[in-house]
Write a protein that binds this ligand. Structure first.
Ligand code: SF4
Length: 440
C-alpha cells in the first residue's frame, strides 16, 4: 500500500525553543482532546493525578448548530486538572510526555503544510505567547527535526488538516504561489535580523519592500527568473542608509486610529469568554463584551490586562511609563526575533489569516511593533521599573501575540475597509509616538 511521503520540514536556524516550565499554557486556555487522547489518559491511574477527579477528565463546549468540542476540565481558577502546584504536568511527570493530549505535546509549535510544485513542504513556526518561544533560548528548531517530524505526524493523525491553498492573495487581483511567497517572507526575515542596520532601518526596509510587493512590482516570483526581490531589498536598503527613504511621520488618521484601538482591545481582552463556548447565547454575550471593551479602548479608557491578571490603565501607561527609542538595545533583539519568527513560520500564511489576504496579515503582523512597545511599557510600570528591561519587552511580546491571528479581527460588516487599512503599512509607523516611542 502506498503511504503519503513525509513533507519536507522547513526549520529556521534562528527560531529557538525550549520549554521553561512556567505552566502558563496549562492555565486559561481550553485544551481540545480527542477520543484517542482520552483513551490514553484513562488507561493510567489519572484519578490520583487530577484535581477533583469525581468531576471527570473533560467537558463538552457547544460550538453552535449542535456541534461540540471536548476540552480538558479546568478548575475555577482556570488551571488544568492535571497541573501541579509546581507548574508541572502531573500526567507528564508520572507517565512521560506521550501520555498528554496531542495539543499539549505540540504547543507552542505550529505547522503549515504548503502544497505546490515538487514535494510538499511544512513550515514550522511558534506561538510567541509562550515564554520559551518569546525568550529565544534553547536549541534552534533546525536541531529538533526528528521530534518535530513525529509531532507533525501525531497531530495530523488526530487533527487532520488540508494543506494551505497553492496561491496566496497579496492584494486585490494579485496572488502568488504560496511556496514562492514563503521564500519572499524568508528573505524579509533575513533582512529583519541583519546585524549591520539599526532596528528602525530594518523595519523601514521591510515595510517599504512589502509595500512594493503589494503594488505588483514583482510580476513573477517563479524559479529561474531574475531575483528581483533580492535586488529590491538591496536597493531599498541602500536608499534607507542614504536617508532617501525615511519613515512616515504624523499621527494616524481616524479610521486607522480606530482600527488600531480595536486591535489593542482584542489583545487585552480577558480571554475567559473564549472558554464559555460558542452557542448562540455565549456568542452574543461574548460579542457584547468585546464591543464594550473595544468602545472603552476607542475612547482611551482601556485597561491592559496580562495573563497573570495584573492590570494597568491605558491612560496611566501612556502618561507615566518610561518611553524608549527604536534604537534601544533592549528592544531590537527580541522584537526582530519575534517578527522574523512569524515571517519564517506558519501564521501569516495560515488558514486563520488567509481569508483576509497575505498583505492584510503582514499589516497585522507589523502593527505588532507599536503594540509590543505599549505593552512593554505597561509591564515596566506594573513592576515599578525606571527603564524598560528585556523582560518587559518579552512580556509585551507575549501579551501582543496572545491573539495574533486567532480572531477574525478583520471580519464583520467593515471587513473590506479594515482589510484596506491593514494593507497600508504607513499605519505601522504612525502609532509609534502614541505608543511611547521617542525620537532617537
Ligand atoms: S494535560 Fe498537562 S500539559 Fe496539558 S494542559 Fe493539562 S497540565 Fe498542561
Amino acid at each position: 500500500m502506498a503511504t503519503e511521503a513525509a513533507p519536507k520540514l522547513v526549520l529556521p536556524d534562528d527560531t529557538r525553543f525550549a520549554c521553561e516550565s512556567c505552566g502558563d499554557c496549562c492555565r486559561n486556555w481550553p485544551v481540545p482532546v480527542t477520543e484517542s487522547d482520552l483513551a490514553r489518559i484513562r488507561s493510567v491511574d489519572w484519578q490520583s493525578l487530577a484535581t477533583d477527579p469525581e468531576l471527570g477528565i473533560s467537558r463538552q463546549v457547544p460550538l453552535g448548530l449542535g456541534r461540540v468540542v471536548e476540552v480538558l476540565r479546568q478548575g475555577p481558577d482556570r488551571r488544568c486538572l492535571f497541573l501541579g502546584d509546581d507548574n508541572l504536568c502531573r500526567l507528564h511527570a508520572k507517565h512521560g510526555g506521550a501520555i498528554k493530549p496531542v495539543v499539549c505535546q505540540v504547543f507552542p509549535i505550529q505547522f503549515l503544510d504548503l502544497a505546490g510544485e515538487g514535494d510538499s513542504e511544512t513550515r514550522v513556526g511558534l506561538q510567541f505567547n509562550c515564554l520559551g518561544a518569546a525568550s529565544g533560548a534553547g536549541p534552534p528548531l533546525s536541531e529538533q527535526r526528528a521530534e518535530l517530524a513525529s509531532l507533525r505526524k501525531l497531530l495530523r493523525e488526530q487533527w487532520p488538516s488540508s494543506p494551505a491553498p497553492e496561491t496566496a492573495e497579496l492584494d486585490d487581483g494579485l496572488s502568488y504561489a504560496s511556496r514562492r511567497l514563503a521564500i519572499v517572507l524568508d528573505r524579509l526575515a533575513d533582512e529583519l535580523q541583519s546585524p549591520d542596520l539599526a532596528l528602525r532601518d530594518r523595519l523601514l526596509v521591510i515595510t517599504e519592500v512589502t509595500g512594493l510587493l503589494a503594488k505588483s512590482r514583482f510580476p513573477s516570483l517563479e524559479p529561474g527568473k531574475r531575483d528581483l526581490v533580492a535586488e529590491f531589498i538591496k536597493g531599498t536598503r541602500s536608499q534607507v542608509e542614504r536617508g532617501v527613504i525615511t519613515p512616515p511621520t504624523g499621527s494616524a488618521g481616524l479610521p486607522e486610529r480606530l482600527l488600531f484601538r480595536q486591535l489593542l482591545a482584542y489583545r487585552t481582552l480577558d480571554h475567559a469568554p473564549e472558554l464559555t463556548g460558542r452557542d448562540p447565547i455565549g456568542r452574543t454575550s461574548t460579542g457584547l463584551q468585546r464591543l464594550i471593551h473595544a468602545l472603552r479602548w476607542t475612547f482611551g479608557f482601556g485597561t491592559i490586562r496580562f495573563r497573570d491578571a495584573e492590570t494597568v490603565s491605558l491612560r496611566r501607561t501612556r502618561a507615566e511609563a518610561p518611553t524608549l527609542t527604536l534604537s534601544d538595545e533592549v528592544l531590537a533583539a527580541p522584537l526582530s526575533r519575534y517578527l522574523a519568527g512569524h515571517l519564517r513560520g506558519a501564521r501569516p500564511l495560515s488558514e486563520a489569516l488567509r481569508p483576509h489576504g497575505a498583505m492584510a496579515a503582514l499589516g497585522l503582523l507589523l502593527r505588532q511593533v507599536p503594540m509590543v512597545i505599549l505593552l512593554a511599557r505597561a509591564a515596566c510600570l506594573l513592576r515599578g521599573g525606571r527603564a524598560i528591561s528585556e523582560a518587559d519587552v518579552l512580556r509585551g511580546i507575549r501579551a501582543a501575540d496572545l491573539s495574533f491571528g486567532q480572531f477574525l479581527l478583520v471580519g464583520g460588516p467593515f471587513n473590506r475597509s479594515r482589510q484596506n487599512l491593514l494593507r497600508k503599512l504607513d499605519g505601522v509607523w504612525r502609532h509609534l509616538t502614541w505608543c511611547g516611542v521617542r525620537a532617537a
